[in-house]
Write a protein that binds this ligand. Structure first.
Ligand code: IMP
Length: 181
């Protein structure tokens, strides 16, 4: 099968993603040039974004991974966040930037930010590629946002539906028949 056959329309092209990443990388390089921050990538959706983003930065960053789950295989956030894989390092006294693919209800990040405050991080900021503002439940604001997206389920460039479509090079909207089946 061809993944692209399931896409109704492209929302953000590969070229646009490249440009967005360049702008975010520049801002982050400026803001963190002497801070050696820890970029915490939330698996798995943000992996493609992280790897493209850091390659465009010319300041030191450390990279760590966390895996959390609040969705299962469905399309609705449950708000019940579980840590599936925790960090291997201490964040006490460190500047942390969460690297996210998309902030939807915001419940995942709210949970993580509170957790990292109890772990005594020096600062905790959010960098998200996509912001689905209309669906926000938790009161959080991202510090670095690539672009906003409408309240539709999007896939590609790391984002999945039931573990599929992550390897599309662009962000697109699925044809309704794909998730209705
Ligand atoms: P939140 O806790 O509702 O903000 O959920 C954030 C997480 O839900 C993201 O990191 C994604 O993994 C997932 N998610 C939210 N919206 C979408 C979407 O449109 N497509 C794919 N995954 C999504």
């Amino acid at each position: 099968m061809k993944l692209s056959d399931d896409i109704e329309r492209v929302l953000i092209s590969a070229e646009e993603l490249e440009q967005i990443n360049g702008e975010l990388a520049q801002q982050l390089s400026n803001d963190y040039k002497d801070k050696n921050p820890i970029f915490v990538c939330v698996l798995k959706g943000a992996v493609l974004f992280l790897t493209d983003l850091v390659r465009k930065m010319d300041s030191p960053v450390e990279i760590e991974f966390m895996d959390v789950s609040s969705y299962g295989d469905g399309m609705e956030s449950s708000g019940d966040v579980k840590i599936l894989k925790d960090l291997d390092v201490s964040v006490a006294g460190r500047d942390v930037v969460f690297i996210e693919d998309i902030v939807d209800t915001g419940q995942t990040l709210k949970y993580l930010i509170e957790l990292f405050k109890t772990r005594k991080a020096k600062s905790v900021k959010i960098c998200t590629l996509l912001d689905k503002k209309e669906n926000r439940v938790a009161n959080i604001n991202s510090d670095y946002v690539g672009t906003t997206v409408p309240n539709e389920f999007v896939v590609g460039y790391g984002l999945d539906f039931a573990e599929k479509y992550r390897n599309l090079p662009y962000i697109g909207v699925l044809k309704p028949e794909v998730y209705e089946n």
